[in-house]
Design a binder for this molecule. Structure first.
Ligand code: ACO
Length: 436
């Protein structure tokens, strides 16, 4: 609405003066944001499309209202549904946290029993999924197999297309959280040429995953409790992170009302990238490349000269420290007591020490993120580097589902479809090939 009168001070509005026309517009402010579509009234003449914002990579655009995860990047705060990540990591299991993310409250005893039972009884995959797995080359990256088999699940559960049916959505929660570890472990077993191990419903979520990964000939696989706990905590730490690249993919692709398995495959594909979930893999490769402590100064020099990045450092949101990195660092000590110290830890610690004192990193507020130490724990637990993004995806599945479910029930949401600033040619006529 264009306004001529001076707005009263203290109003929850924003006055915008278009200096091209001298007109002032008053737009409402809600939750410290203005609606981008309110800017469309700002025009030089009536034929104009209207003002838009230009925001590549969504640096300053809220794409949704959400009640799931809160991050204060400057203060290093991460909360799921109001609960600090530190408390959830200490006091809850991954399945409790998954329930919390999806339903908004921590489960009571009976709710947890039912939830656990539902997830546990949906860990098996259709036998034909094994054939899909078998079709991959022997050295296929497990994340590629994971992404593809997630998408393949949509063909086994066509009723999941009924995304507006709450019961179908429930089934999707059970199936995707239940089957993610099975697909992940099968991808690993395929890559090492080992027979697939079926889920063991007597084990915990993390324990069952370890069994499907590592069981050989023992009649009953008993996971090491410290490893089992560490993995469960890692799943919690990775469970959600508000509108990150893969959650945005889940919401964006899901907004087309495609089935949830296809949307989850898109989210997992986003997570595969080295700037997102692939970073922990990249950290390990980087540490291997550095090799010894003596090579660190040369490596840091190269990074500062723009010849690569210090992987596991920096974050779009955290500009103080990543609270998950602090929890993982402690967890690493517990795991290394069992497994022995990962020799790359010394290089990582030294890298962190040097980087945190170096003006380049200090000035840009670059701190270790969740991926800097998680890879070291995974490696000590004998997960091959290729499996790191897959491990991330298992934990993140509950977050993707919570984001997807919230998106579907949000009356403000429509199919995600950004605008562009068109800078291409004006209309021109095609010249026949013979004359070009
Ligand atoms: N090493 C060296 N320099 C870096 C790094 C890094 N890891 N991260 C950022 N910078 C520098 C950039 O070169 C840039 O410098 P400049 O201002 O001189 O050009 C400045 O810091 C800002 O960097 P941006 O890329 O603009 O920051 P952005 O918020 O877009 O990127 C990101 C965040 C992608 C995480 C980035 O820090 C990065 O690439 N880190 C390494 C990869 C990584 O660890 N990813 C995991 C993220 S956590 C997760 O997904 C779970």
């Amino acid at each position: 609405m264009a306004a001529t009168a001076e707005p009263a001070k203290g109003q929850n509005t924003l006055s915008i003066t278009d200096n091209r026309t001298g007109k002032t517009y008053i737009v409402p402010i809600e939750h410290d944001t203005i609606k981008a579509t309110d800017l469309r009234q700002i025009k030089v003449n009536p034929e104009d499309f209207g003002m838009m914002t230009y925001d590549p990579a969504f640096m300053n655009t809220a794409s949704c209202k959400s009640k799931i995860t809160f991050i204060d990047g400057d203060k290093g705060i991460l909360r799921y549904r109001g609960y600090p990540i530190e408390q959830l990591a200490e006091k809850c299991t991954y399945l409790e946290v998954a329930y919390l993310l999806i339903y908004g409250e921590l489960p009571g005893k009976q709710q947890l029993e039912e939830w656990t039972n539902h997830i546990t009884t949906h860990t098996f995959v259709h036998e034909n999924i094994k054939k899909v797995m078998d079709g991959f080359h022997y050295d296929a990256h497990p994340m590629g197999m994971f992404v593809s088999t997630l998408a393949a699940l949509s063909t086994f559960y066509p009723s999941a297309k009924k995304i507006n049916d709450p019961l179908e959505r429930e089934m999707t929660f059970y199936r995707l959280i239940g089957k993610a570890p099975t697909l992940a472990a099968f991808a690993y077993r395929h890559s090492v040429g080992m027979p697939y191990v079926h889920p063991d419903n007597e084990l915990s979520y993390a324990g069952d995953f370890l069994a499907m990964m590592y069981r050989v000939a023992e009649p009953k696989y008993r996971p090491n409790p410290i490893m089992e706990h560490a993995l469960d905590v890692l799943f919690i730490l990775h469970a959600d992170h508000e509108q990150n690249c893969s959650a945005n993919a889940m919401r964006g692709v899901g907004s087309s009302q495609v089935d949830p398995y296809s949307a989850a495959a898109a989210a997992a594909a986003a997570l595969y990238g080295p700037l997102h979930g692939g970073a922990n893999e990249a950290v390990l490769r980087m540490l291997a490349e550095i090799g010894t402590k003596e090579n660190i100064p040369g490596f840091i020099k190269d990074v500062k000269e723009g010849k690569g990045r210090l992987m596991g450092f920096g974050h779009r949101v955290y500009k103080n420290y990543d609270p998950r990195a602090a929890i993982i660092k402690k967890l690493a000590d517990q795991v290394f007591e069992v497994t022995g110290r990962n020799p790359k830890l010394d290089i990582a610690l030294e890298l962190e020490k040097i980087a945190l004192q170096d003006e380049y990193f200090v000035k840009r507020k670059l701190y270790p993120n969740v991926d800097f130490y998680s890879g070291l724990i995974y490696q000590a637990m004998k997960f091959p580097v290729d499996m790191f993004p897959v491990l991330f995806a298992i934990g993140r599945m509950s977050g993707w589902l919570a984001q997807w479910s919230e998106m579907l029930q949000d009356p403000d949401q429509k199919i995600a479809r950004p605008r562009q600033v068109f800078l291409g040619n004006e209309k021109r006529d095609v010249v026949m090939l013979s004359q070009r």
